[in-house]
Design a binder for this molecule. Structure first.
Ligand code: C5P
Length: 307
């Protein structure tokens, strides 16, 4: 096989309930992941050694300088993990084409990891009787990061544990989103740490209910979904990046059904009623000083797949 290209989607957490800090340094989560039509692509080409290059999808404004090209890159780690599992050498050139904001709270690195897992498994696994079935790929994904299993699965799903345990949630129709990116990323551990600091010793109602959200999704009701959106990391992201308040306010002024910080931020997600409404919202947000780029997307979409 000469080359395999896999696309994997970005995510937004429609609800991100952050529970107590665990002994392993992670927080228990109750979250609803939603995959949106903003994709990174990974092409895996047989090579003498493991290398990685990164470029932007034409037209996408992503901060390529912030993508590590060593073993901190999750796609590189994914290739090593698949090679180790299959007992082969990781002789592959990975070419990343990015549209998902870097360190933006949309799981771009996790999407690259999921895409690299699928691409390398396709390159190196037995064609007829693959060793790496769906369940085992999900297991490898969970070892790479909390959001990687969802980038494989796609759709809309309830995530528990540290986010790696997934149960699909039925969603009717298509939801229209605008994502307002910001200049400079936010560190996920720093945002979780700020969340702990802001909470102090306050009692935590846990676990949160998600029935209202599940009902809105099943009904395909954008207004009900807007009312059900929520992110426990939002106050922490706003505390570390106060300018996000101006972005959220601008979305509300421009008529978004709702706006939230996406994951650990700094990207903000705005829900629109229709495709036309989203187009208008994107134009209004793009004019804001605190917004680097306003990107349209729809959800839910499928998880990592060979393209
Ligand atoms: O799993 P991942 O490597 O993406 O997590 C990055 C960081 O985010 C963790 O090191 C941790 O600080 C924080 N995190 C957390 N609880 C989770 C997921 C992530 O505290 N459930």
């Amino acid at each position: 096989m000469s080359a395999v290209t896999v696309r994997a989607p970005a995510k937004v957490n429609l609800r991100l309930g952050v529970g107590p800090l665990r002994d392993d340094g992670y927080h228990d989560l109750v979250t609803v992941f939603h995959a949106v039509s903003l994709h990174d692509e990974v092409t895996a080409v047989p090579a003498d050694a493991l290398t990685v290059t990164v470029e932007a999808v034409p037209g996408a404004r992503v901060a390529l300088d912030d993508v590590p090209l060593d073993d901190r890159n999750l796609a590189v780690r994914a290739a090593r993990l698949v090679a180790a599992r299959l007992g082969v050498e990781p002789r592959v050139a990975l070419r990343l084409r990015k549209a998902i904001p870097v360190a933006g709270g949309m799981a771009g690195g996790s999407a690259d990891a999921a895409a690299a897992l699928v691409a390398c498994a396709r390159l190196w696994d037995e064609p007829g009787v693959p060793i790496l079935g769906r369940a085992e790929l999900l297991d490898l994904a969970a070892r790479l990061g909390s959001d990687v299993p969802f980038a494989l699965a796609g759709g809309t799903a309830l995530g528990t544990g540290r986010g790696e345990r997934l149960a699909p949630l039925p969603a009717a129709g298509t939801f229209h989103w605008v994502f307002a990116t910001a200049s400079g990323g936010l560190s996920t551990p720093a945002v979780y740490g700020e969340c702990d600091r802001l909470r102090g010793d306050a009692a935590l109602p846990w676990p949160p209910a998600t029935d209202d959200l599940a009902d809105a999704l099943a009904a395909g009701d954008a207004k009900a979904l807007a009312a059900a959106l929520g992110n426990d990391l939002q106050d922490a992201a706003l505390s570390l990046r106060p300018s996000l308040r101006a972005t959220l306010d601008a979305g509300t002024r421009a008529g978004a059904l709702a706006g939230i910080v996406s994951g650990s931020g700094p990207t903000c997600a705005f829900l629109a009623e229709t495709a036309e409404h989203a187009d208008a919202l994107a134009v209004a947000l793009a004019a804001e000083e605190t917004v680097r780029d306003a990107v349209r997307a729809t959800g839910p979409v499928a998880g990592a797949a060979v393209s």
